[in-house]
Design a protein around this ligand. Structure first.
Ligand code: ADP
Ligand code: MG
Length: 224
């Protein structure tokens, strides 16, 4: 269960401070599939990063599975993320000098619970196959197109059997057919119990989610 209480986040980058999250309160129960929509710059990625423990709010409270994680250290946040959360970042956040396979395996390598190399490789291969890029496994990230990188980022999120998948515009760089396949994949994970939160501009994708949260100027404009 994800619970945000009155979360605020201001960015200070040179000129005027920007209030990217301005009193966000929401609850997302285990097993939900939720779309987060809103105009560019509305604060969608900021909210997702706070949920994904990669950004800290300056005020408000974040309760994850009954624990207050607002003040967690970076180290504790990384551990929690590895244990519970898979994040498909808008900018992919892949390691360019690593191969596709090495990137896909990474969450399993970093996990506290160690896994034999052969099993790690098998899981990564399955994830790459699920997103249709098995043939790219030995290529370096820096040699891939945007759409191929996006699929590696999705494969990496699939390997760790996380409780929560956060997907920030996961189909933005894909053609519509590949994108539909990815959403289908996320839906089937959701049917098996994974909580899925998708930031999207695409109303077709939002329509496939059970709930749509709209963000406007850092605030919740609609939560139905
Ligand atoms: P969205 O994902 O809805 O497009 P974001 O959450 O990325 O919106 O951004 C919300 C606002 O915060 C925007 O005005 C954006 O420019 C600003 N912002 C986001 N990240 C940063 C950052 N790291 N530094 C400065 N400003 C930022
Ligand atoms: Mg964004």
């Amino acid at each position: 269960m994800i619970k945000l209480n009155n979360i605020c986040k201001t960015y200070h980058a040179g000129g005027q401070p920007i209030k990217a999250a301005d009193g966000i309160s929401l609850e997302i129960a285990d097993g939900e599939m939720v779309a987060v929509i809103g105009a560019s710059g509305a604060g969608k990625s900021t909210v997702l990063k706070i949920i994904g423990l990669t950004e800290k709010p300056e005020s408000g409270e974040y309760i994850l599975d009954g624990k207050n994680v607002t003040e967690c250290s970076d180290k504790k946040s990384a551990l929690l993320r590895n244990e519970k959360i898979s994040f498909i970042m808008q900018d992919f956040a892949l390691i360019n000098q690593f191969t596709v396979m090495e990137n896909a395996e990474l969450p399993l390598l970093l996990a506290k619970k160690k896994m034999p190399a052969r099993l790690r490789r098998k899981k990564a291969e399955e994830a790459l196959s699920a997103v249709g890029i098995s043939e790219l496994k030995d290529r370096k990230i820096s040699e891939l197109s945007g759409g191929q990188k996006q699929r590696v980022a999705i494969a990496r999120a699939l390997v760790s059997d996380a409780d929560i998948i956060l997907a920030d515009e996961p189909t933005g760089a894909l053609d519509s057919k590949t994108g539909a396949g990815i959403i289908e994949l996320l839906r089937s994970l959701n049917e098996k119990g994974t909580t899925v939160i998708i930031v999207t501009h695409d109303m077709n994708i939002a329509a496939q989610c059970k709930r749509v949260i709209e963000i406007k100027d850092g605030k919740i404009a609609n939560n139905a």
